[in-house]
Design a protein around this ligand. Sequence first.
Ligand SMILES: C[S@@+](CC[C@H](N)C(=O)[O-])C[C@H]1O[C@@H](n2cnc3c(N)ncnc32)[C@H](O)[C@@H]1O
Length: 372
Amino acid sequence: MQCDYFDSARCRSCTLMGTPYDVQLAEKDARVRRLLAAQVPDDAWATPFAGPESGFRNKAKLAVGGTTTAPTLGLLDRDGAGVDLRDCGIHEPGLREVLPRLAEFVTLAAIEPYRLSTRRGELKNLLVTRSPTGELMLRFVLRSQEAVARIRKHLPALRAALPQLHVVSVNILPEHRAVLEGDLEIPLTAQQTMPMPLSAITVHLRPQSFFQTNTAVADALYAQAVTWSHDAGAAHVWDLYCGVGGFGLHLAAPGRRVVGVESSAEAIASARISAAGLPGELEFVVGDATEYAARHRGADLIVVNPPRRGIGELAGLLDGGDVRTVLYSSCNAESLARDLDRMPSLRPARARLFDMFPQTWHHEVLVLLERA
Ligand SMILES: C[S@@+](CC[C@H](N)C(=O)[O-])C[C@H]1O[C@@H](n2cnc3c(N)ncnc32)[C@H](O)[C@@H]1O
């Protein structure tokens, strides 16, 4: 993939940009295998799964800079100046094409971009997610509520220009911190849930819930979890760190009980909506994954998909418990290696790289563990 922003050094986020995709995929696979060489036997590895090398991101996270009349949508450089990246080629084309309308809206509603140097202005980030059917979720991340009335007033014009806008909200981030969003979410549309139809099921996203950024590869990851867990014949499944329920919802089956555990209440609200009508018994609870595992028993299949830090103490509980099959989906092979070392009774039987993040070293690895 070629990128003008990368070639002109305006953006260096995609560290593998310019490397032919088959080479980067082979090198990433080799690197992940090397990091896990002490835990995962060579013959356990399947061929890596890859989707398109460009136009794959379903979510644009755009720092807003510049001025009200000439906003930049992209990132901020070291001096805090805006760098416009609205043609970024890793975003889905359907996301790219709406960005000029969003820039025009910033001008129309007179939302002053936030300036790091003076700590003045309002608009920090625009977060846009696109569903496979083209619907959009748009979130304005603002310093305060100063611009909210104007956004509301002009929203009908934006909705007329972008009829695919499904969910719109404002997120308030008053602190001067390098984070993407704050705690307070103000809905601007009656609809606050966006359906994301995947091949097998539909997940429902709400503004503050995490979803994998590469829809095609996420779809394949969930399908792989279903195939690999087939032999376990599990009647009772836990999906720990379940987010909006991707793994648990795919594992729903007649006669099976699935429990999803997740710390974000918003994500659990999403998962509960998606569970309606699926077979078997599904329960999604807000809680800490380790605490849940310490207090409950009886799962014969456990899926874990933690943040980058890994599962920590939970590894000891899984190792010392009676679960026979574990599916560990990890975005960090280093913490995965540490966690696997803490689970000597659970042996990696199969593993596969899912290239969720082409053009970078970021990776997702699924490992099937079976009790020795
Ligand atoms: C990689 S995401 C998992 C996403 C989900 N499995 C999916 O497929 O979309 C990690 C999730 O863990 C949640 N989380 C973080 N710490 C947690 C904890 N201690 N207990 C439960 N969930 C936690 C985060 O809110 C986030 O949704």
